[in-house]
Design a protein around this ligand. Sequence first.
Ligand SMILES: *Cc1c(COP(=O)(O)O)cnc(C)c1O
Length: 403
Amino acid sequence: MVKVNENFAKLPASYLFVEIDNRVKAFQKAHPEQEVLRLGIGDVTRPLVKPVVDAMKKAADEMGHAETFRGYAPENGYAFLREAIAAHDYKGLGIDADDIFVSDGAKSDTASIGDIFGLDNAVAVCDPVYPVYVDTNVMAGRAGDFVEGKGWSKIVYMPCLEENCFLPSFPEQVPDLIYLCFPNNPSGVSMPKTQLQAWVDYANKNGSIILYDAAYESFIVTPGVPHSIFECEGAENCAIEFRSFSKTAGFTGVRCAFTAVPKKLQVGGVSLNQMWARHQSTKMNGVSYPVQRAAEAVYSDEGQKLIRENIDYYHNNARIILEGLKQAGFTVYGGVDSPYVWMKVPAGMTSWQFFDELLTKCAVVGTPGSGFGIHGEGYFRLTSFNTTENTTKAVQRIIERFQ
Ligand SMILES: *Cc1c(COP(=O)(O)O)cnc(C)c1O
């Protein structure tokens, strides 16, 4: 008899964005005249920049001619892209082209990195957290059982609280695998170099591995905030880094990312770089040629200049949200090295009550913090992924209602 993977049955229904959608639809139906403004979007909205589109078109043309046609791409990425990544993103950091693995997304990479680790490893995550790290460990059978109000029995939660600037503290139980994401989704805060170095030292001392999600690296503007964990001394002995073109260059619908696994990184004499190479070559056949050429074009001078303009556009929206919310009397965090603003909901309200308040009184949509973990309760995420016009309008409505 066929048996399914019973771990899936343990997963609570992923209801956050479905529930948001249902409530927005119900509101819209009752108030068809109201223009609903969405500041809950976790997806970029600015179009691809011209050098990227040109490179994709040119590569598509090459694919249509026998002389320049290409079949399967190298599993871990074309040398032209891996070399561009190493030269641009890891210059002077000791990460070479052959430490880099090109893939279709940081979601798939952070989701499947667990495949190369044993099931009895203790996993630590921040709370609140990007749900992928937790859910994929549930699917693999590493998370134990879900306890209402507490979370997964075998997951080590690291509460990220206001008094610690939403940065995690070393947990009581030493974990084997530590997922960190900075600048953070959902809180939008970044981690200063000294703190990240302390995590690297902690991991090296305890023999843990840090799985570092740097998907929002390109939003960093604060001096002294590390763009890569490999800026920290000793990180090549304890860290894997995930990056993506999704938020950096608007590739959410194009799909291209990469993971850096240093050749030095070993567990019990086994090279994680070789294991990940084996994993990827067994489970995927690479990323399409036009997409890799498009990603390469991100690193051209013109590409860099133009993606910077888009990121600045989002930064400006985040600034409008931050300043407007402050003016309305709210306490706000993040939004500087990140497209995300993390606001405290008014005292006595839950995240979902504030969601309803904002929707019904302002016709503005955000994301309840409690959807990202127990310690997200009492907070609310707004994003800068909208037009400046809509962002300004939404913030104006919030000021009028709450000031
Ligand atoms: C958006 C995002 C990613 C990027 O995922 P892709 O699969 O590359 O689009 C990764 N991690 C976090 C935390 C994100 O928010």
